[in-house]
Ligand binder design. Structure first.
Ligand SMILES: [Cu+2]
Length: 429
């Protein structure tokens, strides 16, 4: 959805929620009123792949809430789930009784009931909301949303930007062929998503050359995500604790977003092109994948494959040259399963899944236009290409180098190690 430009209340520069939207409000005697409905939803996580999740107002994550520092906010929360819930306003300064911790600061909201929360948005910044009742289930099912409090006036630590994007990191464990996440999974998720979408189903971030860009990211998964941007360096200008002091900012191209944290990054988009933007954990840029698979690189199993084929005609040998073949192979997979690695780029398959998108910087992108400009037209001579000319002999490694502690003088029999990844275990790594 294009940014929701405020038509009542104080004005601000709205954010764009990747594959999401901002919740409209109603002004009631100077109070901004929102209505969130917690309910089961169907989320298309990528084209052709649907998940049965829980969310708010028809989607997981729920809609982004945008307010201005100093606004009095009233939020009605209706529970249409089969069990009780509550909403915690992560990062906000508010009266303790509005903090949304079921049992501790309020009774849980029973199915069919509506509660009301009311507080003043005291601090400008990047926040989120999520249940604080049966959290493990409800967050594993996709219940969460983004919250942005814009500054009411020029703020010494909050710069004006041309584009302001936001999204939540979330993860699901959905067995191939099924629709509902396994809520008991603690670490071994098979779908790593941004706003409950997986590559290639994630919006690209489309900006104009020389735009100042802010991206706000919150992590409600069970592990950390080092978020990496190509082609530009950025500053972390804020966390869920508010804007960072200038003395703490330094340029990076990857920032780790730990569990329950939020990071707000800013940069000048001054390099034209299509720039990858992704989690740097390579397993998080893959979709539904079994992890107990031995490494087969270098194994010649032509003979065994033939034998297995006579028993199981659909059996395919995987990974003897690496995993890239996976994108081309047409292995039969159950209905409603996300392909493991996919995404057709202008030069072939991108071989990605999960937490991956593209920052598109274009000279001719109009300000305020968030539409996808298509693939970058590279200037003549600026694309890596095959070389067929003469080459001198390349330098090669010649010695293992030294060691810090000398070995005993006994001669050793040299051993060659054949590495095989352990399989069948329940190690979560
Ligand atoms: Cu990650």
């Amino acid at each position: 959805m294009p940014p929701l430009v405020p038509n009542t209340g104080r004005s601000y520069n709205p954010v764009v929620t990747l594959n999401g939207w901002t919740l409209p409000w109603r002004m009631n005697n100077g109070v901004k009123e929102f209505h969130l409905v917690a309910e089961p939803v169907v989320r298309e996580m990528a084209p052709g792949f649907k998940a049965h999740l829980w969310g708010y107002n028809g989607q997981s994550p729920g809609p982004t809430i945008e307010v201005v520092e100093g606004d009095r906010v009233r939020i009605f929360v209706t529970n249409k789930l089969p069990e009780h819930t509550s909403i915690h306003w992560h990062g906000q300064r508010l009266p303790s009784g509005m903090d949304g911790v079921a049992g501790l600061t309020q009774p849980a909201i029973q199915p069919g009931k509506t509660f009301v929360y009311e507080f003043v948005a005291r601090r400008p910044g990047t926040f989120m909301y999520h249940p604080h009742a049966d959290e493990m289930t409800q967050m594993a099912m996709g219940m969460m949303g983004f919250w942005v409090t814009h500054p009411k006036a020029k703020h010494p630590l909050i710069d004006d930007v041309n584009r302001d994007f936001c999204f939540l990191l979330n993860a699901y464990d959905i067995d191939p062929g099924s629709y509902t996440p396994k809520i008991m999974t603690m670490l071994d998720f098979n779908l790593w998503s941004w706003n409950s979408r997986i590559f290639p189903g994630i919006d690209s971030l489309n900006v104009r050359l020389n735009d100042k860009v802010r991206i706000r990211i919150g992590n409600l998964t069970m592990t950390n995500h080092p978020i990496h941007l190509h082609g530009h360096e950025f500053l972390v200008t804020g966390t869920d604790g508010g804007p960072t002091p200038k003395s703490t900012r330094w340029y990076e191209v990857t920032t780790d977003v730990a569990v329950g944290q939020m990071r707000q990054i800013e940069f000048l988009a001054d390099e034209e092109g299509d720039w990858a933007f992704h989690c740097h954990k390579s397993h998080h840029t893959m979709n539904a994948m079994g992890h107990n698979v031995p490494t087969l690189i270098g194994v010649d199993h032509r003979g065994i494959a033939k034998k297995i084929n006579s028993l199981i005609p659909d059996y395919m040998v995987m990974g003897e040259r690496g995993m890239a073949d996976m994108t081309e192979m047409e292995m039969p997979i159950p209905d409603n399963t996300a392909p493991m690695m996919t995404g057709e780029g202008p030069f072939g398959s991108v071989e990605m899944g999960g937490m991956f998108s593209v920052l598109k910087v274009r000279r001719d992108q109009k300000s305020g236009d968030y539409s996808n400009p298509g693939w970058f037209k590279h200037p003549e001579g600026t694309v890596a290409h095959e070389y067929t000319g003469p080459l001198a002999e390349p330098a090669r490694f010649k010695s293992e180098g030294g060691q810090s502690m000398p070995r005993s003088q006994k001669p050793l029999t040299p051993t060659e190690v054949k590495v095989r990844k352990p399989s069948g275990g329940h190690d979560n790594h």
